[in-house]
Design a protein around this ligand. Structure first.
Ligand SMILES: *Cc1c(COP(=O)(O)O)cnc(C)c1O
Length: 490
């Protein structure tokens, strides 16, 4: 279905920068002659609708100190500058209130869950004892697809116990999730978590809320201190719950995957690892379990409990403000919809209007042109490529490349001759290449032409270039639409 959809679409995009890269790699084989970097799949990073996900308390605080502009132009960075002027005390008390509310919401949900499951009265009572309204609270809520690795933080009972039950610096975790009734793996993950939580040392510190929905999500993303995400990179296309958390001043602790790979810097939250990708998934788990616990032990917990004289975690509050100031203007739906409009919808509409005019006149013409191009393309050849500038060029210098192209049956304005050039990797591939259009110099004989381009030499190291011919027409959506490319082969 994905291939069908890609082939039937005028344009395709991933939903984060990293997802764009992954998608170009994954689907490169649909454009076999096109270098990966040029596969026509772009990206527009997802965003969340701020008024839906920002808590009322926080919205009020932002209205008061930042002004009402964030409602109308949230994608304007300068609108958010004054977040820094919210007094520490006020921001922290607001956040603490929401944590307290989340704790009572969670207790109520747990009580209902226990009652509905027919638990014994003495077991239902625990619902009033779970969680501590003052403790560092970690939230983890999402669909329980296995790549999301919900159990990662539960891997090492000893270290987990030390974190959760530290007398002075306690930590607690609220899980929420659901699995599709036919998703056996998802259901088994939930069963495992529920079993682990039953352990005596965990049952007051970890809660699982069933039937994850938007109501639960909105309570969690505004009431916890830390939003945890532990997917296997690069399988999280974007992720949006972390965005919901960030604009409420909830700090993300996440694998560098999806949106977090482009949002992360050390002033707004934490990264688990550095975006490593292991061949062996077990090795990856081991490495990231270690990275996660170390991060919590050495950075997250100390930052949360490092209090000033009036019991304020100044460093933490600074990060909360940074998270709101720097992430809100980017990861919102206003910015996202504008990008879709400008990069995809508007050009698609324009294209439709052009094509459909006068009983589809342009579409008919283009279809005829394509037919002719497909028919004549086997006669396109690059017969010679050369440069007189030698193999060694100094940085800052340039190299003049000439190519001889035979294009029997096609006019010179129906083809485009390009040089593709750049540094080569260890497999002799030009992974990050640039292209330059070669100019027609002269006709050499019948149907045979000389083209030329001058390309700059901008960096040291081994570089390469190659020449290619593509069909060219003002009405094709992208140069690879026909799938036809002829590369020079010696
Ligand atoms: C935001 C949200 C999601 C998506 O969260 P991800 O981080 O993208 O997995 C799923 N379910 C609910 C109820 C949500 O609110």
């Amino acid at each position: 279905m994905a291939i069908f959809a890609i082939n039937m679409s005028g344009a395709c995009n991933g939903v984060s920068k990293l997802h764009g890269e992954v998608a170009r790699k994954m689907w490169n084989y649909l454009w076999p002659e096109v270098p990966e970097i040029e596969v026509p799949i772009g990206h527009i990073t997802n965003g969340v609708h701020l008024p839906t996900w920002i808590s009322e308390d926080m919205a009020e605080l932002i209205n008061r100190y930042v002004g009402p502009k964030w409602h109308d132009t949230p994608a304007e960075e300068s609108v958010w500058n004054r977040v820094q002027q919210i007094p520490d005390e006020e921001l922290w008390r607001t956040h603490e209130r929401r944590r307290e509310r989340l704790v009572s919401f969670t207790r109520q949900r747990l009580r209902t869950q226990l009652e509905n499951s027919g638990a014994r009265p003495e077991d239902i009572e625990i619902a009033d004892e779970v969680l501590d309204p003052q403790a560092l609270t970690i939230g983890f809520a999402r669909r329980f697809a296995s790549y999301k690795r919900a159990k990662l933080i539960l891997q090492d009972f000893e270290r987990l116990n030390a974190l959760l039950n530290n007398k002075d610096f306690p930590v607690q975790i609220i899980f929420a999730g659901k699995a599709h009734p036919k998703d056996n793996i998802g259901k088994s993950i939930i069963r495992d978590i529920v079993n682990i939580i039953r352990r005596e040392e965990f049952r007051r510190r970890i809660v699982f809320i069933e039937d994850y929905d938007m109501e639960i999500a909105s309570n969690l993303v505004r009431g916890v201190d830390v939003w945890l995400n532990t997917p296997i990179r690069p399988r999280e296309a974007s992720g949006t719950s972390g965005m919901k958390a960030s604009l409420n001043g909830v700090l993300n602790v996440s694998i560098l995957d999806g949106w977090w790979d482009e949002a992360y810097r050390n002033t707004v939250g934490w990264a688990i690892g550095r975006g490593e990708e292991f061949e062996n998934p077990e090795e990856q788990d081991v490495f990231e379990v270690e990275a996660l616990y170390s991060l919590l032990e050495q950075e997250v917990v100390p930052a949360f409990y490092n209090r000033s004289s009036n019991n304020l975690p100044r460093e933490w509050i600074r990060m909360m403000k940074n998270s709101i100031q720097y992430l809100s203007p980017v990861f919102n739906t206003n910015r996202m919809v504008r990008e879709y409009h400008e990069m995809y919808y508007q050009p698609a509409l324009h294209n439709w209007q052009t094509m459909s005019k006068e009983q589809m006149q342009m579409a008919r013409t283009l279809a005829k042109w394509k037919e002719r191009i497909y028919h004549n393309w086997p006669k396109v050849h690059i017969t010679q490529v050369h440069s007189k500038d030698g193999d060694e060029i100094k940085v800052g210098g340039q190299i003049r490349i000439q190519a001889q192209v035979d294009s029997d049956g096609l006019k010179t304005d129906e083809i485009r001759v390009e040089v593709f050039y750049g540094p080569i990797d260890s497999d002799d591939y030009i992974t990050y290449g640039n292209k330059a259009v070669m100019q027609l110099q002269q006709q050499l004989k019948k149907n045979s032409y000389l083209y030329e381009a001058v390309i700059p030499c901008e960096a040291t190291g081994q570089h390469a270039y190659s020449v290619r011919v593509l069909p060219d027409h003002p009405d094709i959506i992208n140069p690879y639409e026909t799938g036809l490319i002829t590369w020079y082969r010696e």
